[in-house]
Design a protein around this ligand. Structure first.
Ligand SMILES: CC(=O)SCCNC(=O)CCNC(=O)[C@H](O)C(C)(C)COP(=O)(O)OP(=O)(O)OC[C@H]1O[C@@H](n2cnc3c(N)ncnc32)[C@H](O)[C@@H]1OP(=O)(O)O
Length: 409
């Protein structure tokens, strides 16, 4: 078998996307969403594998900017639409695409690559570490009471048709991006994905609904959700499914959660992707009746260790020499001295003795401040070579706000 790996030509997009659909089970994408995916595909940053006339492999890389600890927005390659045809699986074709892609990302000068994985076991071998988790929950609103922050009563919740609220939501989202590591600046067209609402995907639920939280007539938050009515002999037991929620301050957040938890004829609020430190967990009277669960979310790969570690800040002074192993991107391997604090950092090559030894995968996991190097050490994945270095790095790498990826890509 010989295959050709090449940059995607715009005219090949439909065949390329059909290969992707086939690899995900063959169900055609909703036409509206397909149109957006086509519009946002960056052809020159996408690759296809061809066996003769047939596309047998796909991979893309969006040009994102991601918030890192300290609030800077760092150029990052958003790896997406990865597939290999079932007829060609397990012949190292994915590995050949990952090789090409990481070389490309390096040549584009982007220090970080990101992805969400269809299965978490795939990408560690290419140096990706799990950097964020998503919180899922089903809040039993019939049993759980909410104690909201001061000022909540000063916020008005107003129902708006989702398309009408789109510009306001985007404005609020843009203000939130620099406040939480892992959040991605939204490029034009992405906002359309937020409100696509095909009837065939509702599964008995309502069309998408939207409320804006307003203070003195100014929008300070939004929530997008659907309602799935249900009844039994005892009465109503509908579910509110939250698709997205953003708030600029605690009172706006409290007002939105109080609204969602109080809708008549419902007894459950379901959330599928919230930050692990989401404030509602500390407003509820009974967290156990909210059934919190965690799942891996953003996988991060440092493509240029020095540049990536310099792009973020550190919440306490740090001065450590890292011995980095990186078999897949050997240009990162070796010793790096990281010195930094809350104002900035320098990360340069060094011959000095190492304080911590780890692979680039652990650095990716710790990068956004959501996974402690100490936790990785406890799992045998970071080795402390100088007493005290692990504690120093564990504090410095942390983030006061949990990193979070608000939506897939
Ligand atoms: C970012 C995203 O887009 S995530 C979406 C990923 N795509 C999908 O899940 C769609 C369905 N699956 C597929 O298309 C393919 O099976 C892929 C892309 C996951 C794998 O492609 P393949 O060409 O078969 O992978 P390849 O042969 O290069 O395998 C490389 C290594 O990964 C391993 N591997 C491949 N798939 C998986 C998997 N699903 N789980 C765990 N390990 C895997 C292989 O065993 C191999 O391991 P080795 O190096 O130790 O021998």
């Amino acid at each position: 078998m010989t295959t050709e790996l090449r940059v995607l030509r715009p005219a090949e997009w439909a065949q390329w996307f059909e290969q992707l659909e086939l690899a995900f089970g063959g169900l055609p994408e909703n036409p509206q969403r397909r149109e957006v995916w086509e519009a946002i595909t960056e052809h020159e940053r996408s690759i296809g594998l061809w066996d003769g006339e047939r596309c047998v492999g796909t991979a893309g890389a969006f040009s994102f900017r991601m918030c890192v600890p300290g609030g800077a927005l760092v150029p990052a390659a958003g790896v997406t639409m990865v597939s290999v045809a079932a007829t060609h699986r397990r012949r190292s074709l994915l590995t050949s695409m990952m090789r090409r892609q990481l070389d490309d990302v390096r040549s584009w000068g982007e220090s970080v690559a990101l992805l969400t994985a269809s299965e978490p076991g795939i990408y560690g071998r290419y140096g990706y570490g799990i950097a964020t988790q998503q919180l899922r929950a089903a809040i039993d609103t019939a049993r759980v009471r909410l104690a909201v922050p001061p000022g909540t009563d000063g916020v008005v919740v107003r129902q708006v048709a989702p398309p009408e609220a789109l510009a306001t939501i985007e404005g609020l989202y843009a203000r939130l991006v620099p406040t939480r590591p892992g959040m991605l600046e939204r490029r034009p067209e992405w906002e359309r994905l937020t409100v696509i609402d095909p009837p065939e995907e509702r599964d008995g639920g309502s069309p998408l609904q939207c409320v804006l939280a307003e203070r003195d007539g100014e929008a300070v938050g939004y929530a997008l959700y659907t309602i799935k009515p249900a009844w039994d002999d005892a009465g109503p037991k509908g579910t509110v499914a939250v698709r997205d929620l953003g708030a600029l301050d605690p009172a706006a957040d409290g007002a939105l959660w109080r609204f969602l938890c109080g809708i008549d004829l419902t007894s459950t609020v379901e959330v599928g992707n919230r930050p692990v430190d989401d404030a509602w967990q500390h407003m509820v009277s009974d967290i156990r009746r909210c059934r919190p669960q965690l799942r891996d979310s953003l996988h991060v790969r440092l493509v240029d260790v020095g540049a990536a570690l310099e792009a973020r800040t550190y919440q306490a002074p740090v001065d450590v020499v890292l011995e980095v192993e990186d078999d897949f991107c050997p240009w990162n391997a070796g010793r790096w001295r990281l010195t930094g604090d809350a104002k900035g950092a320098v990360c340069v090559r060094t011959d000095e003795a190492a304080d911590l030894a780890l692979t680039v995968r652990e650095l990716g996991a710790a990068y956004l401040g959501g996974v402690s190097p100490a936790a990785l050490a406890a799992a045998g994945r970071v080795r402390e070579l100088r007493a005290g270095a692990l504690g120093e790095a564990a504090v410095a790498f942390g983030s006061p706000v949990a990193p979070w990826l608000p939506h897939g890509f």
